[in-house]
Design a protein around this ligand. Structure first.
Ligand code: AMP
Ligand code: MG
Length: 470
C-alpha cells in the first residue's frame, strides 16, 4: 500500500499572519536513514515503501492533504528578546489525529529556507538530526513528555558548518509546535486580536478545560513544573531553554546542544555557547519560571482588565517554585525508594547528591546501583557513601516497596554523550550499526539489555561539550 498520511490540519486554518505557506525545497538524492514504524502506527500512517518515505520525508514530494507552512514566532534567546524568529529551517506539513485521539504536528526540520531563515541556509546536517532522533526517542521511552522522531533522511547535498557535512532532514512529531514565543510575537507587536485567537486555539487544542488566558497560564505552568524535574531525575540538560524552545503543550522540544550528564554536578553545562551557564543543570527550574513569566506577560497584553490580570498572573508564577519543588521531591524520593517522600526527606536526597558531586559519582549508575553492594564503588571515598547509606537504610524500614519504586525511577541506560558522538562519527563513515544499537538499547531503558552502553565514560572517552553548529 502506498504511503498515506491522514492529515487533519487546524493550524493552517488560522489567519495568514500566523505563518507563511512554504513548501519544502526538494533535495538532490533523498535516501532514508530511519523510519519509526511504531510511531507511524500510532499516527495512523500507512508506511509505504522506503523510496516513497525518502521522497516524502526529505521534502521532495508533498504528500496529499499536507498544507506546508512555516510558523511565525519570536522569543527570548539567552534572556534577550529577538523580535522575529519563526521556522527558519522547518515546515509544518500538517496534523494527524492518532489512534489515541491526540492531535499531533508532523514537521520537517532541515527542509530548506523559509521567509524566517534570516542568514541561515534552512538546512540541518546529519549529526544534529541523529542526536535529536536518538535523544527524543530515548526521552519518550523514559516516560518524559517530548517531541518524537518519525523519520530521518539524507539529502545527498552538503551542508556547510565548520566544514562540509552530509545534509539531513528530521521528521519531528509534536503535540504542537506552539511555544511561548508564538505568543510573544503578537504581544510585542500589540496585535491583540491575533493574541486572543492564538490563546483560544491553544486552549482548544491542549487544555480544553481552561476557561481563559489565566487558566491557560496555570495549565502550562503545571506542565512545565512537571517536565523540568522529570529532566533532572534523569540528568538531562536541555542546553537552550529559550522561550522559543519552550512548548505550550509541555513537551521537551528542540534538541540542540542537549546532553545527559555522567558524573553529577549541579553546575554542569554542555553547550559551548552557554557561556554564562544560564541553562546549567540545576538552574533549569529557575529558567522555567522565568519563561513562564514571559508567557504571562504576553498573555496579559490581550486582557481587558490588565491590573487584575497582573495580580492573578503574579500569583500563578509565584506558585510555580513550590510546584517544581514538589515534583522534584516526588521524582528524587522515588529514586531512593520512597513512594511518598516528605519534605523532611529532602535533606537526605540532597546529602546524597552532594556526596555524589564531591566523589565524582556517576549520576545514572549510582541510582541504578542503590541497594546493591556496588553502589559504594561509584564514590571515590566509598566510606562516605556508607555513612549516608546507614541513615537511608533506617528510613527505608517503613518503605517495603522501595525496590520496585527505585526500579521504576532509575533507568539503567541513558543516551550518554560519548556514545552519541561516536554514533555520529560512525554514521559520517556510513556505518549506522551504532545508531541502531543505541536505538535498540534505549527503547527499554529500565532493562540492562546492552551493558557496555550503560557504562560511564572513562576519562579519555568523556565528551565535555556540545556545539550548536546545527
Ligand atoms: P534553534 O536554536 O534551533 O531553536 O533555532 C533558533 C532560530 O534560528 C529558529 O528561528 C530557527 O528556525 C533558526 N535557525 C536555526 N538554524 C537555522 C538554519 N540553518 N537556517 C535557518 N534558520 C535557522
Ligand atoms: Mg528552536
Amino acid at each position: 500500500m502506498p504511503l498515506h498520511i491522514p492529515f487533519d490540519n487546524s493550524y493552517a486554518a488560522l489567519p495568514t499572519d500566523f505563518y507563511t505557506a512554504q513548501n519544502p525545497t526538494a533535495v538532490q538524492s533523498p535516501s532514508l536513514i530511519a523510519f519509526n514504524d511504531d510511531l507511524a502506527k500510532l499516527l495512523g500512517i500507512t508506511a509505504g515503501d522506503v523510496d516513497e518515505q525518502a521522497r516524502v520525508f526529505a521534502g521532495n514530494v508533498v504528500p496529499d492533504g499536507a498544507t506546508p507552512l512555516a510558523q511565525l514566532y519570536s522569543g527570548h534567546q539567552f534572556g534577550s528578546y529577538n523580535p522575529q524568529l519563526g521556522d527558519g529551517r522547518a515546515v509544518l506539513l500538517g496534523e494527524v489525529i492518532g489512534t489515541d485521539g491526540i492531535r499531533r504536528d508532523i514537521q520537517l526540520k532541515g527542509s530548506g529556507p523559509t521567509p524566517y531563515s534570516r542568514s541561515g541556509d534552512g538546512r540541518a546536517w546529519l549529526g544534529p538530526v541523529l542526536r535529536e532522533y536518538v535523544v527524543s526517542e530515548a526521552m519518550h521511552a523514559l516516560g518524559i513528555p517530548t517531541t518524537r522522531a518519525l523519520a530521518a533522511t539524507l539529502t545527498g547535498q552538503p551542508v556547510y558548518r565548520e566544514a562540509a557535512f552530509p545534509g539531513a532532514v528530521l521528521t519531528r512529531v509534536a503535540q504542537s509546535h506552539l511555544r511561548v514565543g508564538s505568543f510573544q510575537v503578537f504581544a510585542h507587536r500589540g496585535q491583540t486580536e491575533q493574541l486572543k485567537t492564538l490563546t483560544g486555539y491553544a486552549i482548544n487544542r491542549h487544555y480544553p478545560d481552561a476557561k481563559g488566558p489565566m487558566d491557560l497560564l496555570r495549565a502550562v505552568c503545571a506542565a512545565q513544573a512537571e517536565l523540568i524535574p522529570a529532566w533532572m531525575a534523569v540528568g538531562f540538560i536541555h542546553g537552550v531553554m529559550n522561550t522559543d524552545n519552550c512548548s505550550i503543550a509541555g513537551e521537551t522540544i528542540d534538541y540542540g546542544p542537549c546532553a545527559f550528564m555522567d558524573a553529577y554536578a549541579q553546575t554542569r553545562v554542555f553547550s559551548s555557547i552557554d557561556q554564562g551557564a544560564r541553562y546549567a543543570y540545576a538552574n533549569q527550574p529557575n529558567i522555567a519560571v522565568w519563561n513562564m513569566a514571559q508567557f504571562a506577560t504576553a498573555l496579559i497584553q490581550a486582557m481587558d482588565d490588565k491590573e487584575a490580570a497582573v495580580e492573578e498572573a503574579t500569583a500563578i508564577i509565584h506558585a510555580m517554585p513550590a510546584q517544581l519543588e514538589a515534583a522534584w521531591l516526588r521524582r528524587f524520593g522515588a529514586k531512593i525508594g520512597l513512594s511518598a517522600p516528605t519534605p523532611a526527606d529532602q535533606a537526605m536526597i540532597e546529602d546524597l547528591l552532594a556526596l555524589m558531586e564531591q566523589n565524582g559519582a556517576d549520576f545514572t549508575n549510582t541510582f541504578a546501583a542503590l541497594g546493591t553492594p556496588v553502589a559504594r564503588d561509584q564514590f571515590s571515598d566509598p566510606n562516605a557513601f556508607d555513612g549516608w547509606a546507614t541513615g537511608w537504610q533506617s528510613r527505608l524500614q517503613g518503605a517495603p516497596d522501595a525496590a520496585q519504586v527505585m526500579a521504576a525511577a532509575n533507568p539503567l541506560i541513558i543516551p550518554r554523550n560519548h556514545r552519541i558522538e561516536t554514533m555520529i562519527q560512525s554514521a559520517l563513515a556510513n556505518d549506522y550499526a551504532p545508531f541502531e544499537r543505541l536505538m535498540a538499547a534505549l527503547s527499554d531503558p529500565f532493562a540492562n539489555s546492552d551493558p557496555a552502553l550503560c557504562k560511564a565514560p572513562v576519562p579519555s572517552e568523556i565528551v565535555p561539550a556540545t556545539f550548536c553548529g546545527t
